[in-house]
Structure formats: structure tokens, C-alpha cells
Design a protein around this ligand. Structure first.
Ligand code: UDP
Length: 314
């Protein structure tokens, strides 16, 4: 291992976005230590890094604190269940990793003099009453609903990042990640893209919740990771939205996936989950101006690439 290369610690490194981040950090000439407890991450996501001398993996739960020897330049906190069914079935763990886990990772960054980056979320805006959502919007979150464990944990995580920045002068970043898709999403994580793709490939009906008029804006994972690294390099301590502003209804998304898959699947309308946000689209003016970043991959190109992956695993 080349000790002169900067070293990054990635919590949630075996997760969907975390694993893409590990690959990209290595490609950019860094050393990477990935941490994961496998509540939602997967060994499979890091298989191709085994044997890379600049890559280390440690199975660890960051809620319990982690001792890391040696230098660390960057701490990227990506550990957390992130799909609604996953955090709904792990609410206490989700709250802990956003709060205790975040303080432990901030403590690590402080001790090492490292830059800390928090993977926050568009869920901090809850069911937004302002559209599209700029970073200045404070959100509309139900703290006691089924999504409260995730939304409030991430809001608390943001407050911790600001507190460590103001109190201990830790160099911090907060990125608010909007819906993202790509290879290595779990087939069974319960989100719209994996569900619809698996259903379309199998020729089963696509389960659209509600009447499908709720909107989302989907970013391809390579664009998202580019934004995360731009924020790490050129961001400041204030939150930055990262996502693709191309907004579609969930029904349009389902129909697009059926068409791209060449599938004969129909639509099966189901009940809308409690507190499901009715609309979501990032205002990315801040990312454009501060980072010179914007997504490059169109919705259909991205969905096509993700579909290729799902064809190999479904
Ligand atoms: N959704 C759906 N069918 C599914 C899974 C999700 O209609 O099988 C809807 C869900 O109700 C939401 C949108 O798709 O309105 C996006 O859901 P996802 O779980 O992907 O992420 P969210 O944006 O809600 O965190």
C-alpha cells in the first residue's frame, strides 16, 4: 500500500452508493478503508476490490465506535438503511446510525484532522410544500410517522455536522442525496426502480402505489458519485442538493421501465404508503454554481444501464 496516497474511510462502504464511492476514490488515486455491518450492504458489492493493495475492508458497526490507526484525510459517512421498507423494519438502528454513528464518524474526523462528508437525503424535506426543493427550505417532516426514523436521524446528523464544524472547526460537508439508481442496488430493497425492473423482467405486474401521480427525480449513480466528490473537493459546510432535476410521475417511471425492458407487464395499483412524499425535485443551482456540477446521464440512458444490471441478477 502506498502510504503517500490520501486515505479515505467510507462507512456503509458495502452499500449501493458506498461501494460506487469506494471504486471511484480508488480510481482517483486514494487509499480506502470501507466499513460495513451488512445490515443492508453486501459482500458482493466489493468483490472486485479484493486484492487491491490500496483497499481495506473492516466489518464494523459505526454506532459502537471504531478505532482506526494511521492517517485519514477523508471520512465519508454513508452507513444507513436507505429504502423506506428497510428503515421501516430497522427504525432503531436507523436512528442510531444517523445520531450515534454520525458523532462517532465526526469524532474520527476531528481526531485525524480529516474532512468529513455526511450523506444526507432529500427526505430532510419530508413531504415538501415548496417545489422544487432548494437547500434553504426547512422541510415538512412528520417526526412520528414510519419515515420519521430516517428523516429525523438525517436531520439530526446535519445538526451534528454543523455543531462539530462550529464548535471544533471540523471541515465538514453535507450532501442531500435525491433518488439515485444504478448497478448494485439490491433487487429486494423495496424501492421503485428495483421493484419495477424485477417485475418487468419477470413479466409480473408493476406495483404502483397510489394512483402513480406522485413524482420523483432520478439520478444515475455515476453522476451522483461525481457530485459527492466535487462536494468533498470544492464544497463548504452548508448543505448541497445532489440529484437529477428531471422529474417524472411514478406511473411514467413504471411505463418507461416496461417499454425499455420490452416487457408485457401491466400495472397493479396498490395503497399509497403513509407519508409518501407527493412530489420531489432538487433545485441544483447551488451545486451548479459552487461545484460546477450537474448530471450528465439522461433518465432513459441511466435506466437502460440499470436495467442491464438487473437483467444479470434477476
Ligand atoms: N413506489 C411504487 N411502487 C413500488 C415501490 C415504490 O409505486 O413498488 C413508489 C413510492 O410510493 C414512492 C416512489 O415510488 O412514491 C419512490 O419510492 P422509493 O421507495 O423508490 O423511494 P422514496 O423516494 O419514496 O424514498
Amino acid at each position: 500500500m502506498a502510504a503517500n496516497k490520501p486515505r479515505a474511510v467510507v462507512s456503509g462502504g458495502a452499500g449501493f452508493i458506498g461501494s460506487h464511492l469506494c471504486h471511484e476514490l480508488l480510481d482517483r488515486g486514494m487509499r480506502v478503508l470501507a466499513l460495513d455491518n451488512f445490515i443492508t450492504g453486501s459482500h458482493q458489492n466489493l468483490v472486485s476490490l479484493q486484492g487491491n493493495p490500496d483497499f481495506e475492508f473492516r466489518q464494523a458497526d459505526v454506532n459502537h465506535g471504531v478505532f482506526i490507526g494511521g492517517d485519514v484525510r477523508y471520512v465519508l459517512h454513508f452507513a444507513s438503511p436507505a429504502s423506506p421498507p428497510q428503515y421501516d423494519s430497522n427504525p432503531i438502528h436507523t436512528l442510531k446510525v444517523g445520531t450515534l454513528g454520525t458523532t462517532n464518524m465526526l469524532g474520527l474526523a476531528r481526531a485525524k484532522g480529516a474532512t468529513f462528508l455526511l450523506a444526507s437525503t432529500s427526505e430532510v424535506y419530508g413531504d415538501p410544500l415548496v417545489h422544487p426543493q432548494p437547500e434553504t427550505y426547512w422541510g415538512n417532516v412528520n417526526p412520528i410517522g414510519p419515515r420519521g426514523c430516517y428523516d429525523e436521524a438525517k436531520r439530526c446528523a446535519e445538526a451534528f455536522a454543523m455543531a462539530y464544524h462550529r464548535t471544533h472547526q471540523v471541515d465538514t460537508r453535507i450532501v442531500r442525496i435525491f433518488n439515485t439508481h444504478g448497478p448494485r442496488m439490491q433487487v429486494s430493497d423495496g424501492r421503485a426502480v428495483p421493484n419495477f425492473m424485477a417485475q418487468a423482467i419477470r413479466g409480473e405486474p408493476l406495483t404502483v402505489y397510489g394512483d402513480g401521480s406522485q413524482t420523483r427525480s432520478l439520478c444515475y449513480v455515476s453522476d451522483l458519485v461525481g457530485g459527492v466528490l466535487a462536494a468533498l473537493e470544492r464544497g463548504d459546510e452548508l448543505p448541497i442538493n445532489l440529484g437529477n432535476p428531471h422529474e417524472v410521475t411514478v406511473l411514467e417511471l413504471a411505463e418507461t421501465i416496461i417499454r425499455l425492458a420490452g416487457s408485457t407487464s401491466t400495472i397493479d395499483y396498490r395503497d399509497l404508503p403513509v407519508d409518501d412524499p407527493k412530489q420531489r425535485r432538487p433545485d441544483i443551482a447551488r451545486a451548479r454554481n459552487l461545484l460546477g456540477w450537474q448530471p450528465q446521464v439522461s433518465l432513459e440512458d441511466g435506466l437502460g444501464r440499470t436495467l442491464e444490471y438487473f437483467r444479470s441478477v434477476v
